[in-house]
Design a protein. Structure first.
Length: 576
């Protein structure tokens, strides 16, 4: 008996020793070998894709992970001053953790930063000083939040961006300085000299709109060395009276903007701001080149007064248009109903548990929640014009927006119940294509949003060398805007045992799968359009069970695609 117990004890101790955790230690340095403080490191299990511990570096650049389970890991590093490709973390290293051992001396070095430089010349090939230059991602990431810090040209017309995240960009230049004397046709007004000619704001190399911009890559070992050649353009000052209908009042300054129709990026980059003289009741928008624009004016103090809006097209020629009025009007009431279709029961009461702490202890109560929301997105003004979402009544499915500015709006259904989707939107008994409606100045007829059950869809992960134990995230990129608000993650798990997170409504999608640990460490918005360029879309039908093929990308394959995206098929020797 004692001999048996001793053998069992020795075997148990041996098993415990084999499973003893290990340690990882090392240092993070920049491209010059200088230690980097406050870098963030993340472990991912190479076999399972599970996300492990994270750690930060000390002022001397050193880091340490304690009590790490034995296995093979991918260790990547990120830092707010050292950007990886497409704004994500920089490439990491493979590390092996052995039972009870320390994996020491791990060294992670940030790649050298990307640089974008160039110069701006006028139509006589002379340098132009004081021009503003912006870099914007060339992909479908919209909005000013993706704009890098502005650079200004020197007295030699030179500009330079340092520490640029590797990516493909478009460049936009705007020169607000007065033209040389031979270009001036000024008149003296109440406010002094009024500029009648200026340099045309352009996207590199010479396009007034983003659609004609020439994208370029910025990455270690590359410097596109841009050269703008500016041309003069006549400009006008737009003026007129600004009034409001009864009931509209304001205390904060009026917001007046003029932008070119198109994408959100075009609105952000090529817009003009106006000023309003409260005492005189007049507005002005200065130095506007010829073109077609959308004018948006609105009050800003919406919580304390009735908001007012104006939204209409404006065409500017080579000469200033006659003064025109801006009339701020209250928004229109837009209301409607969400209707369950056959096989759905999404319009019902939903309750969540809320726990409140009190001196006598915690109390849990149930609170009624709406089954979803209706979201309006401005087609004319993008993110510039925002209307708060409307809750859907859980008893009868009604919703209402008390004040919606006139213009074109896309209606979208956001639900907490993943079993249904918005099958169609009706206005005046007609289907609204892509969910877009025209809101007039007067109240609109009720909208009708019809729901239907989402179809049953499974996913077949295409062959991959990553192994059967790796966890994947299945991602979907729709071909067209959907009436239903969707996330990009639709399933998670291992091949043959995927758990569906968000069933897909009918439509056309491009599907791909990324390793779990890698996917959650990335900003997927810039990555998905690049990876799906060569993936054929698949059709999700409204009825029947489907199994859809999904192309898997390992971490190494993604890094190869990104490298090709930046450098092409022949990267320079300095490429990391």
């Amino acid at each position: 008996m004692n001999r048996l117990f001793t053998a069992f004890f020795v075997a148990a101790m041996a098993a415990q020793t084999r499973q003893a955790p290990g340690t990882i230690s090392g240092i993070v340095v920049d491209a010059a070998g200088v230690p980097v403080n406050q870098a963030r490191l993340q472990l991912t299990n190479d076999e399972t894709g599970d996300i492990g511990a994270s750690a930060g570096t000390q002022p001397n650049g050193e880091f340490r992970f304690d009590r790490v389970a034995p296995g093979n890991y991918y260790l990547h590093v990120s830092h707010y001053r050292h950007h990886g490709p497409l704004g994500g973390p920089q490439t990491g290293v493979q590390v092996e953790v052995k039972s009870g051992r320390e994996t020491a001396g791990v060294r992670l070095a940030f790649a050298p930063p990307a640089v974008v430089s160039g110069r701006i010349l006028n139509d006589d090939a002379e340098p132009v000083e004081g021009c503003q230059v912006f870099l914007l991602p060339a992909g479908p990431r919209e909005g000013a939040g993706n704009r890098l810090n502005m650079a200004l040209t020197s007295d030699r017309g030179v500009f330079r961006f340092d520490s640029v995240p590797p990516d493909r960009y478009v460049a936009f230049a705007r020169c607000l300085n007065i033209l040389p004397t031979e270009h001036l046709l000024d008149v003296v007004s109440r406010d002094g000299f009024e500029t009648r000619s200026t340099w045309l704001p352009v996207f590199y190399p010479d396009s007034p709109t983003r659609a004609g911009a020439q994208p370029f890559a910025a990455a270690p070992g590359l410097d596109p060395d841009l050269e703008f050649h500016l041309q003069p353009t006549p400009v006008s000052t737009l003026t007129g009276r600004l009034t409001a209908t009864p009931g509209v009042a304001w205390q904060e300054p009026i917001n007046i903007e003029l932008h070119r129709p198109g994408s959100q990026a075009d609105r952000d980059d090529t817009g003009f701001s106006g000023t309003f003289d409260e005492k005189a009741g007049s507005f002005s928008i200065r130095a506007v080149p010829p073109g077609s624009y959308q004018l948006l004016a609105m009050t800003k103090d919406r919580n304390s007064t009735t908001p007012g809006y104006a939204n209409f097209p404006v065409t500017v020629g080579d000469t200033a248009p006659d003064p025109f009025p801006i009339v701020l009007r209250p928004g229109t009431t837009v209301a409607g109903v969400v209707e369950d279709g056959p096989g759905t029961r999404s319009i019902h009461s939903r309750y969540i548990d809320l726990t409140e702490n009190s001196p006598t202890g915690s109390v849990t109560r149930k609170e009624k929640q709406p089954p979803g929301k209706i979201v309006l997105e401005s087609v004319d003004a993008g993110d510039t014009l925002v209307v708060p979402p409307a809750d859907i009544d859980s008893e009868i499915g009604r919703f209402s927006f008390p004040s919606v500015p006139a213009g074109r709006w896309r209606v979208r259904y956001q639900t907490y119940d993943a079993s249904s989707y918005a099958e169609g939107l009706q206005l005046n008994e007609r289907l609204a294509e892509d969910g877009i409606i025209e809101v007039p100045a007067e109240p609109t007829p009720p909208l009708r949003l019809r729901l239907a059950p989402r179809p049953q869809v499974d996913f077949d992960l295409q062959p991959t060398s990553a192994g059967q134990e790796v966890k994947w995230i299945v991602l979907a990129l729709p071909e067209r805007p959907s009436l239903t608000v969707l996330g990009d993650m639709v399933a998670i798990g291992k091949p043959g045992s995927l758990a569906v997170l968000d069933p897909l409504p009918p439509g056309r999608y491009r599907l791909l799968a990324l390793e779990l640990g890698f996917a959650v460490s990335q900003d997927r918005a810039p990555l998905l359009p690049i990876l799906t360029r060569e993936i054929e879309p698949v059709e999700v039908t409204a009825t029947g069970k489907q199994t859809l093929p999904v192309r898997c990308f390992t971490r190494a394959q993604v890094e190869k695609v990104i490298k090709t995206y930046l450098y092409g098929d022949d990267p320079p020797p300095a490429a990391p």
